[in-house]
Structure formats: C-alpha cells, structure tokens
Design a protein. Sequence first.
Length: 741
Amino acid sequence: MTEYLQRLNAEQRDAVETLDGPLLVLAGAGTGKTRVLTTRFAHLLMAGKAFPNQVLAVTFTNKAAREMRERVGAILGRPAEGLWLGTFHALGARMLRRHAELMGLTSSFTILDTDDQIRVIKQIMEAARIDTKKWTPATLSAIIQRWKDRGLPPERLTAAEDVEFANGAARTLYAAYQARLKSLNATDFGDLAMLTTELLRNHPEVLAQYHRMFRYIMVDEYQDTNLVQYLWLRLLAQSHHNICCVGDDDQSIYSWRGAEIENILRFERDFAGARIIRLEANYRSTSTILAAASALIAHNEGRLGKTLRTGGNGQEGEKIGVLGLWDSDEEARTVCARMEQYRRDGEALSEMAVLVRTGAQTRAFEERLITTGIPYRVVGGLRFYERAEIRDAIAYLRLVNQPADDLAFERIINVPRRGIGNVALQSIHEISRAKNIPLAMAAYELVSTRGLRGKAQEGLAGLLQGIARWREMLEREGHVETTATLLDESGYIDMWKQDKSPDAPGRLENLKELLRALAEFETLGGFLEHIALVMEAEESGDTDRVSLMTLHAAKGLEFDNVFLPGWEEGLFPSQRSMDESGNKGLEEERRLAYVGLTRARKRAIVSHAANRRIYANWQSCIPSRFIDELPEEHVQRAGGSAIGRERMIGASSGFSQMGGAARGFSESKFPAPFQRPVRTIEAWEQPARPARQDAIPKGSRVFHQKFGYGTVRAVDDDKLDIDFDKAGSKRVLDRFVEKKS
C-alpha cells in the first residue's frame, strides 16, 4: 500500500479508493474531510485514472482551493499544474470567458462588485420613475441575487416567483438590469453560476465538450450548494456520473444565503446506484462531547444519519457544562472568570472561543474582556462599536448631546437618504467657514433662508427639527426612550427593515443591543464617554487572544475550550428563524447547536440566563429546548441549572411584546407549532443578586444626582419607582441613589 493511503483509516481509504460512479462522502465534524478530498484527488492522478486537467474540483472558498492545491502537490512530490480547481465563482468565470460570445458578451467582460451592482440598479429604477427611497436599490439587488441563486433568468420567471416590490415591477426591472449588464459587457457574481448553467443548458455542443474534458468531478461542502450550483453540477456529471460529493447534512447552516440541504439529502435519487460512505471517526473532540452532540442532532428528521465516535485516544473528557445564571451580565462575568482560571492553569487564550447566535451578543463579552484586560479578537466581523450601524447611531447621539459636533453631523446628514447631495453639503461648509459656526448652525441658517430646493430643503429641515425635538425629549424622557424614538423617527430603522440583504436582520439586532447598553448608564454623556474610552482601547498585538464569533463563522474551526452563551428560547433557537421557516428553521437551528458543540476539543460550556435585558426592561427567559435534548449523563449542571430539573406549566410563552423603548422592534409570540411550556422560576432556584448593604424599602427618602430628592413608591429587585419632588415619577436603579434618613 502506498504511503499516502497508509495514513488513512478504513473509512477514509474506502472513500479515496472508490473512484468510479457517484459517491457521497458524509464527513462528520473533525473526521478528516480535507485529507480525504486531497488524497482522493492525488490518487486519481497517481493511479492513472485521469490527467490533472481532467478532474474538476470545486470548493467554497479560495483558501480551501489553495490548501487543496498545496496538499495535492505535496502528495505528488511536485507542483500540481493545469488543474481545474477553485470556487464555483472562479470556475464559472473561467468557463464563461471561454464561451462569452454565446452569451452575448466578450471574453474581457467585467465582474461588478456590490457597489457597482447597486449603482446600476438605481439607474434602472430611476429611469422607470420608481421612488428609490421607498423601494431601495439594495432591496431589489437582494431579490435579483436570490433569483439567480435559483437559476432563474428574467425569461424563466413566472408570476409565482414574483415578489411584492414596486407594485409588481421587480421582474421588469430584473430584465432591464440584465440588458444593461450585457450592454456594459459585464456580469455580477450571481451571473457566474447562472449564465454558465444557461450556457450548458442551451448549447449541447459546449456541454458535450466538457463531458469529454472532465472525467471526474469532486465537490467540497456539498450541503452548502444552492439550486443553481446544483443544476450546474448535475449538467456536468450527467454523462459519466463520476461525481464525488463530500459534505455533512448535519452542518448545513447557510439557508439564509441560498443553500439547499435537499441537494445532499436527495443525492441517491439524483444518481442511480450512488454509494454513501460515512466518515464517523472524529479526531477532534472527547467521547463525551461527541455523544452529547450526536444525541442532540438525532432529534432532526431531515438527515441521512451517522453517529460520531472518537478516533483519537478515546478520552472520555469532561461533561458538557450547563450554567444557569441570573442575567446576561453575570453570564459575561462568569465566562471571563473561567477564561482567567484556565489561563492560570497554563492554557492558551488562543484555544478559547465564545460562540454566539447573533453578533449583538458579543458586546457584553467585549466590554468584560476589556475590563479584565484579556486580549480578544472578533472573528469574521468588526468589534461591536466599530460596526457601521452602531457608528451611525452613536453619531446621532453625539449630535443630540452636542449639536456642535461637526464630524457626527457630516456622518448622518444623509443617512438615511434625505436628498442632501454634495452641492448642499458644500453650501453648508461655506457658511460654516465664513461665519466660524458649527455645521448644524450653518445648516439651520441655510434652511431658514431657503437656500436649498426640493428634497434637500425638506430633508435638511426635517433633520434639524428632529435634533431639536430629541434634545428636548432627552431631558424629559431619558436617553433610552429618546434613542429608540430617534432611530424610529429618523427613518434609520426603516432603512434596515427595507434592506433585504442577509445581514440586515443582524444590524437590527445590534441596534437593539445598543439600547440595552444605554440602559446600563445613568446619562447619555456617561455612555458616550464610556464609548470613547472603549474605542480608544488598543487591540493587543499578542497572538494569544480569545476568539469571539458567531456560530456561523465558527464552522471549520476548533478550540480546546468553547463557550456557548445565550441558549434560551427565542434567542437560540432563533424565534425569527422559526417564524420564517417553521420546522425547517428549527432543524437548522439545531444543526447550528451541533456545529457549536463539535468545535470543542476538551470542554464545551453552555450557559443560559434567567433574565436578559431588552432595551430598558428585564425579561425573564427559559432555557433552550436544546439543553433538554442533551443527555443528562453527559451534562454537569451548575448555578440555577444545578438545582433540580425544570418545573414546567402547560402554557405557551415567547418574547413578550415590548412597549415604550422597544418601539418598532417588538418580537412576535411563539407560533402554535413551537409553543413551549413556561418555566416557573422559584426564588430559591436562582443565584441571589448581591444585595445592597443598605436596603431601600418602599417609603424611603432618597437623593439622586440628577433628579434630586424623592420618595420610593415601589421596589422591583434593584429597580426603584421614585416620586421625585421636582422631576416627577422615574424608575432608576438603586445603585444610583443615596438613602437619606
């Protein structure tokens, strides 16, 4: 047996040596998928089954393609040249350039980036006299890309596929957009797969050429293919059926960007006589982690089925930690304390990761890590206060706090779009320089003298009136309520609600988290000062840093210690995902949980909070159903989770409708198929919140730095309803008042 085959286990070797006919390799987490792919590629060449240019190998990332090329070269002992190896986009572009004339293009066509796509779409919409403020170009771009992911050019769209956009104009605009791209000799990224599929479908001579050319096809991450990619592969493989797809149906977590798990589930139906080989020997995690993850994912019905077992030293390892904590703040403190403990025990920070369901959850951990001096990095995204939507919102707040803040004014003057262009902004700057006054004051003078026309005059006047109104509201209602109103009335929330791109819901979640952060500060000024200090904190150049990321970004990574916070109903599984996709959405959420657990080599620690702040209010939470689905023999409970099993009563629950500061953000109730019993949380089940040394009972006289003297009317945990002598009734946290005799 050759040396490269000796390094494989029996399952892996079987997958490598099965060369002819359709083959599906179900590769569980940590089972050596990349090794199998690269070794199989090299084996095809070493066994004389094909020349390098007769193998089509498709990956999902350029990084994976580079790694495969390097590994194949290492096995061959020489650089691998002439390979058709790359991503769907790269290979589609390569084919399309070879036959561009057949698709009405030239081989030198341009591939537009996202900004260029939106610019062209805006031109098309304006030519059709469609209001681009009401119907945004970004929304239409997202709709068009979804159609392209499904392999639907304009001529194949039917009324059934149409959407509610611009009073039914979406299909017409799509056709005009494609015509405009052709006139520009350009494509967008969605075209690279769709036009190539149309090329193969409509030109049998081209398809026959590729059938003769490619004797073998290999596909990585098959569970993440969308419909047009699936059609492209089916067309190329329909002659010889020598197609090997490697993937894991239990790790299909990208439906929101077009991935179809059905592609992998129906492989046997698509290719008669297909063979399935399961890679179940995991070389990453302990047997306890694998057993818990396997039991969890077994609750999914839409899967082909496999059971991971340890393929390494067979260590049982620690049980899955399940921590029940008082609130989200205690959750961040506890996780960071565990990190410090592990570091003192000699473990590297780079082997610790916090995997969250939504990007908004990173804020609490970021602030705690900064406070404790633990270096960290946010993988696959920006730090919380660096995100564009947070910077925009903070710019609004800076302007409300200090109208002379010119940098903040420039940032938000046309966000969302108000028809204020460069000419209007130049006029404002000229007045500002001439009179040595802030931009906001110069803008007021320009509006007062009606120095602008049309939308610019109306938009700028509305912004200035809003700033004045929000400043008055700040004194009367407080900074949390004011911020929620500001984001609503400014149109900023609607801007993201209208945006249909995959990251728009996450941006709205981040804005909700910003309101939660505001509630932790007594004044807006205090919050803005805190932000300035946080943003000033230098990121450590040390490579030994904790990783923060979403569960989606964690796929393919592994760490010794993995923390999985926020396992609560409505947060994880995500209520939005279940509302939009029903049981299919729930099963994808469960696959996300499976991905999270299988990132851990030594320890996986799940946590849930009994209370989580939503805007200015605390909301009671119940543990995720996924915690119940973990086998009790593989779980070690601590905190509130350690005291008995959950008490349930037979009533449905969900995120309650938020009022007040939650304006425009309310969450829906759980739908009937996903009703879950409410957990009755007894006081003795919760770790006690540290009490004030001097308890403040109802009727006490107190003093507040901003509102002055008052009398406590009601007490709710650490929140006091106080009738102030001069400021009226307010609800404040007890730590912000002094008790007076």
